[in-house]
Design a protein around this ligand. Sequence first.
Ligand code: SAM
Length: 270
Amino acid sequence: MVPEGRVLVESGRQNCTGQLISPQMLSWVILRLGLRQRQTVVSKLDRLNESRAIFHAMRLDPAMAHHAARHIIDLYDRRATDWDRDRGKVLMEKGWLDKFVALLPSGGSILDIGCGSGDPVARYLIQQSYRVIGLDSSQRMIAMCERRFPDNEWIVADMRTIDLGRTYDGLLAWDSTFHLTPEDQEAVFSTFARHAHPGTAMMFTSGPEHGEAIGSWRGDELYHASLAPAEYRAALEANGFEIVDHVVEDETCGRHTVWLARAHGPSSPA
Ligand SMILES: C[S@@+](CC[C@H](N)C(=O)[O-])C[C@H]1O[C@@H](n2cnc3c(N)ncnc32)[C@H](O)[C@@H]1O
């Protein structure tokens, strides 16, 4: 039994068919199961057919969590090429991306926060003729985006401290804010609000409950955290966003927990 909602989750690198467990899949296993007790982790993993992944759960010391959180930016920059290779390129996010862009004016601007290597998410949005501006703390991720999509704007920055002096029609933080500590996640909503105008759509993913979890990907510690649903609701409300749609562990999207919101004020779809 893990009493505090803090666990360590370790994984082997292969699933039962000998394929690599993608870091994206690992993130969701860590977030969904890592926040719960050991028995739950093991039994759900069996169901997920991750039989060659080895998961342990134990109490996670707060100092250990903070150490891992501090290294996330460095980890993604060091492992940018591996991340890009391992990340699933099948767009299971399509349904949610379509709901998100339905709130935007035709050809509107989207700030993709924690855009990674730009594929497949930014690629899809660019193909739909939206003006994507990508932001990531990793210089190497951004260099990949620049090579792939030279006509778009790409920015190396830490989402916790950005002040770009502009607003956007859409703010997307897909699988990126979950690498911030709970405290930083609470604070980042005011940063996002600075980049929104009335009607701006915002979509992000989270874990299902409050807690921190560390996974192991290619031998490196991979930190994740989540607020509780009530905490997200309060943060959105306090920063002028109303919830448009929210699904916990969406079966149609790799069991992502997704939040779609809009800044108060008139919307301006096409
Ligand atoms: C799991 S990847 C997701 C990438 C992309 N959104 C996708 O779905 O393919 C998380 C990304 O968030 C970035 N990231 C982590 N912490 C960040 C921070 N504080 N500011 C900006 N980007 C950050 C990482 O560099 C990485 O590219």
